[in-house]
Write a protein that binds this ligand. Structure first.
Ligand SMILES: N[C@@H](CCC(=O)N[C@@H](CS)C(=O)NCC(=O)O)C(=O)O
Length: 292
């Protein structure tokens, strides 16, 4: 058990120095830009500034699904924002997302460029813009939004809570790991019970709710996140496994997972995406880049 006497909080918290954690060099307690930085702009109406994390991948999966459905207006340029280097604090990025977090989208198709931030808001915006992956009727729409908002509220316990303390924190704190492992297992059980009776989260239809939840909880049960599959006994969640496999069998999901990805197999990384053909050549280009 952690020694609870080791740290006594002072009366007023002050920011002294980086704490040695995984993202310590970029974390700070104030908002706003740290430096001037212009963002690149490509030829498509939709400009996405992102990284292939679970929050980023939600958006690229939806864009690839929209394109697969024939919505050519969903063509997009995906630019890399390297959060480990602090790109999210550049002036143009902060101009799109004052919260300095990926993903951020700029829609230049209207009279004025429209900034869209928060992955849930981006998913809803694109689903409404193209009238796809969200049911039209109020009941189906509400069932979809229930799970979309569930994800937005729950995933910080998985990422910022469990993932941080299990994988990234410079010290292993049993209390923190126990607390968040308990919560994440409860969330997996919520999903498992629901998916035992429903093919997809909103019922019989694949929607933005599945697209939002898959990169987080699908990734967890598929063993992609935090090296924690065994620790969390993810094999127990059979219905989540079934659903995750079903979602992952979709070609657009595989493509969406590759965009802006900087980790894993080189053949699964497409750092920037500007055209559908980028997926065909990326493996060769990456391998050439790796050996040159
Ligand atoms: N609620 C936000 C969370 C986005 C988020 O946490 N993004 C992370 C990467 S997954 C990020 O940009 N972190 C950089 C930082 O915290 O400085 C959303 O869903 O869009």
């Amino acid at each position: 058990m952690t020694d609870s006497n080791a740290y006594i909080p002072p009366k007023v918290w002050t920011w002294t120095q980086p704490n040695g954690g995984h993202f310590a060099s970029i974390n700070r307690p104030i908002a706003g830009a740290t430096h001037e930085k212009e963002l690149p702009v490509g030829r498509h109406p939709l400009q996405l500034y992102s990284l292939g994390t679970p929050n980023g991948v939600k958006v690229t999966i939806l864009l690839e699904e929209l394109l697969a459905l024939g919505h050519t207006g969903a063509e997009y340029d995906a630019w890399l924002i390297d959060i480990r280097k602090g790109d999210q604090f550049g002036s143009d990025f902060v101009g799109i997302n004052p919260n300095s977090k990926i993903p951020a989208l700029l829609d230049r198709s209207g009279a004025e460029p429209l900034r869209v931030f928060e992955s849930g808001s981006i998913l809803l915006y694109l689903a409404e813009k193209f009238d796809a992956f969200i049911p039209k009727d109020l009941v189906g729409r509400t069932k979809t939004l229930n799970w979309l908002f569930w994800q937005m509220g729950s995933a910080p316990y998985l990422g910022g809570g469990f993932g941080h303390f299990y994988a990234y924190a410079p010290i292993k704190i049993e209390y923190a790991i126990d607390r968040f492992a308990m919560e994440v297992k409860r969330e997996l059980d919520v999903l498992d019970r629901h998916l035992a009776e429903n093919e997809y989260l909103s019922g019989g239809e694949y929607t933005i709710a599945d697209i939002a939840v898959f990169p987080w909880y699908g990734g967890l049960v598929k063993g992609w996140s935090y090296g924690a599959a065994e620790f969390l006994s993810v094999h127990e969640y059979k219905h989540v496994q079934r659903w995750a496999d079903q979602i992952y069998s979709r070609p657009a999901v595989k493509r969406g997972r590759m965009v802006n990805r900087m980790t894993g197999e080189l053949s699964e990384q497409l750092h920037e995406r500007h055209d559908a053909s980028d997926f065909d050549t990326q493996t060769q280009d990456k391998l050439k880049g790796a050996t040159s």
